[in-house]
Ligand binder design. Structure first.
Ligand SMILES: CC(C)(COP(=O)(O)OP(=O)(O)OC[C@H]1O[C@@H](n2cnc3c(N)ncnc32)[C@H](O)[C@@H]1OP(=O)(O)O)[C@@H](O)C(=O)NCCC(=O)NCCS
Length: 346
């Protein structure tokens, strides 16, 4: 089968290109998420064009002689300026997608070879990737990837929420944790709590079950500010709730991301309670308060989407009681670059 692999620089392509790109994106979307509305086109372009702060990214496309896009690959890693460079300097991240009708023709392998050559030349020793698709898992295992973690995309339909139970969790909060209050902010973390909030996020990200994954978080104030800039650039908002102890310390957090152009859904990301403050109902109080906030402020949201490790018992216990249901299982994998290069005869 005839095709070529080219580099794709979202900031440099023409309008005509985007039409072909959407044909690819939407064909793939209909296979992977047949029940979900198509992604908003303007949102896709914005997300592709906005820089990911302090993260090198290279995007590739597989193109037929008549200019049809049939595959996409992206790989990248933390740059030296990144706050998490020390933790992750040996790791590259990689994702490859080939349209259904063009699989098992060696296109995935060609992408992999291209990426591994460059990743190896930059002295990265580990590649981390993942898949929620049987073909992807088979491909990764074929090339000797080791599974690092089992996870799932979990979804909660707003129509299924037990609002009386949510109100009970909110009422219980201050009874079990007197003198604790919930504060909130939209996208921009207040300057006076910036360092402490970043420390809390770093801790929560690194303390969640990570299996054999090697990537670690290290967020500082500068990284957070750059991240907030990107959220705005891609047309999204973030809303965060934190619990503050009597002495003002931040003990827990939960956050959501919202794009009004895809207003039927909303993503719930990090939730965490610092170890010394656990066992007092803060996780339930935060999650219940957030879902009431969503109901009252985003009336068009039909479902909340989140991702969890299958071994995250504490989070799943709260989420399952709220009515979150497993939508799709996914697995994390890693390669040792040297072994993979040998397998690919590079
Ligand atoms: C993963 C993916 C990109 C592979 O693309 P591809 O072009 O089909 O891959 P290749 O043709 O180069 O496959 C190489 C080998 O992997 C193995 N493989 C690939 N797909 C497989 C499948 N569905 N079942 C079993 N083995 C499979 C085979 O051994 C294959 O060689 P063979 O066809 O000669 O037997 C494609 O399946 C895909 O887009 N999946 C969804 C996205 C995804 O999960 N990506 C994760 C990878 S980071």
């Amino acid at each position: 089968m005839e095709y070529r692999i080219i580099e794709f620089k979202p900031k440099e392509v023409s309008d005509e290109f985007w039409d072909r790109y959407f044909e690819y994106i939407e064909t793939n979307h209909m296979e992977m998420h047949p029940d979900d509305p198509l992604p908003n086109r303007e949102g896709v372009i914005q997300r592709q064009k906005a820089d990911i702060p302090d993260f090198y990214v290279k995007r590739l496309l597989a193109i037929t002689p008549d200019n049809k896009i049939i595959g996409w690959a992206g790989f990248g890693f933390s740059e030296e300026t990144a706050s998490d460079y020390e933790e992750n300097k040996h790791i590259a991240r990689l994702h490859i997608v080939v349209l259904k009708d063009y699989r098992r023709k060696g296109i995935g392998t060609d992408f992999l070879k291209y990426a591994v050559k460059e990743i190896q030349s930059l002295n990265k020793t580990v590649i981390e990737c993942g898949s929620d698709h049987e073909a992807g898992k088979a491909f990764l295992k074929h090339y000797g990837a080791e599974m690092t973690i089992e996870g799932a995309e979990n979804r909660l339909e707003m129509a299924d929420v037990d609002w009386d139970m949510m109100q009970e969790w909110i009422n219980e909060g201050p009874k079990r944790a007197p003198d604790v209050r919930i504060d909130s902010f939209r996208t921009e973390c207040p300057e006076e709590i910036l360092d402490e909030f970043c420390e809390m996020c770093t801790e929560a990200l690194n303390m969640q079950p990570l299996g054999e994954t090697e990537s670690r978080a290290n967020i500082d104030g500068e990284a957070r500010r750059k991240f907030e800039k990107r959220i705005k650039e891609i047309g999204q908002t973030n809303y965060t709730m934190i619990t503050r102890e009597k002495d003002g310390k931040i003990s827990g957090m939960t956050e959501i991301y919202y794009d009004p152009r895809e207003g039927h859904r909303l993503n719930q990301e990090l939730t965490g309670v610092r170890p010394e403050y656990r066992g007092r109902g803060l996780g339930k109080w935060l999650k219940a308060s957030m879902i009431v906030h969503i109901r009252d402020n985003y009336p068009e949201v039909e479902r909340i989407i989140t991702g969890n490790a299958e071994s995250n018992e504490a989070m799943l216990s709260i989420n399952n009681r709220m009515g979150f249901k497993k939508y799709k299982g996914g697995e994390g994998y890693k390669f040792k670059v040297e072994e993979l290069a040998e397998k690919l005869n590079l």
